[in-house]
Design a protein around this ligand. Structure first.
Ligand SMILES: NC(=O)c1ccc[n+]([C@@H]2O[C@H](COP(=O)([O-])OP(=O)(O)OC[C@H]3O[C@@H](n4cnc5c(N)ncnc54)[C@H](OP(=O)(O)O)[C@@H]3O)[C@@H](O)[C@H]2O)c1
Length: 258
């Protein structure tokens, strides 16, 4: 069943920058009510000022998605302010390069606490409300990097792979309660997260286009949203490639980057 966005209350994490920022910008033309979340609340306030919402209800909340107590508190605040949440776009994420010479356990924890547990924290506080009202949509922003263990991005790929797997089982469990779970798997999108990458990013996409694709496909209630098409096709080939061939190609690629 298609999703009609009008008058819906949409919660978005990671709205201060990149994909989340553009999702907020695009959604303001949809007559929705928005609860926007990140740690840098000053950026969210600036965004609200820039959008100058006339009759639109947009409220900014400061929250570190890694902290369960904070997530619980902010979710209850949002329910007080808006009455309910209809759609949650759980988009907050971090990425750090990793290699055998720069192997930092703190970075691994931060990546998992944000990319995986940041989503689990919100699902955990919202799930029963969605089940009770027999409606709602949970959108988790994963990545095409969930496909295999790409060298240099081990922690990130592992966190997104865990997230994609979690969302898949959640989708099956919540379907009988009429709650949709959508997995978003972007390829490379030009944002502060990828601005620091020094390697070639095939089919790099602009963030406003990425946001447009995500919103269009959320409306169609697509269970998995992956883009761009060419890169999603490439990673599908990589997924089913025999291990030895994948490892050979990936190590050659890594050498060319060093
Ligand atoms: N860009 C790409 O090529 C790409 C590709 C595939 C998937 N993705 C995924 O898309 C999502 C958005 O990434 P992006 O490229 O837009 O990155 P970005 O520009 O760096 O934005 C990341 C957002 O996450 C928020 N965030 C990070 N840690 C947080 C925390 N502990 N608590 C709350 N919010 C937190 C940041 O806000 P604060 O710092 O203000 O908290 C920021 O708003 C991520 O999940 C990323 O993994 C990106």
């Amino acid at each position: 069943m298609k999703i009609d966005l009008s008058n819906k209350v949409i919660l978005i994490t990671g709205a201060s920058s990149g994909i989340g920022y553009y999702l907020v910008k695009k959604l303001t033309s949809e007559k929705v009510r928005l609860a926007i979340i990140s740690r840098r609340k000053e950026l969210l306030d600036e965004l609200i000022e820039e959008l100058n919402p006339l009759n639109q209800q947009i409220i900014a909340y400061k929250c570190d998605v890694r902290n369960f107590e904070e997530v619980k508190f902010v979710y209850n605040q949002i329910k007080n302010d808006f009455g309910q949440v209809d759609i949650a776009i759980l988009n907050s994420g971090v990425s750090y390069r990793m290699s055998e010479s720069s192997f930092e356990i703190e970075k691994a924890r931060e990546i998992f606490d944000t990319n995986f547990f940041g989503v689990v924290n919100f699902v955990s506080v919202m799930k029963n409300d969605f089940i009770e009202k027999k409606s709602g949509t949970i959108v988790g922003v994963s990545s095409l990097a969930d496909t295999r263990g790409f060298p240099g991005s081990g922690f990130y790929c592992a966190s997104k792979s865990a997230l994609t797997t979690f969302l898949e089982s959640l989708r099956i469990e919540l379907r009988k309660h009429n709650v949709s779970v959508i997995t978003v798997r972007p390829g490379f999108v030009r944002t502060p997260m990828t601005d620091k990458n020094e390697f070639f990013m095939p089919f790099l996409m602009e963030p406003d286009l990425a946001a447009e694709i995500i919103i269009k496909r959320i409306k169609k209630n697509k269970p998995v949203i992956e883009f761009p098409f060419a890169l999603s096709l490439m990673v599908r080939v990589l997924k089913f490639m025999p291990r030895s061939i994948f490892e050979f190609l990936a190590s050659k690629k890594l050498k060319s980057r060093l």
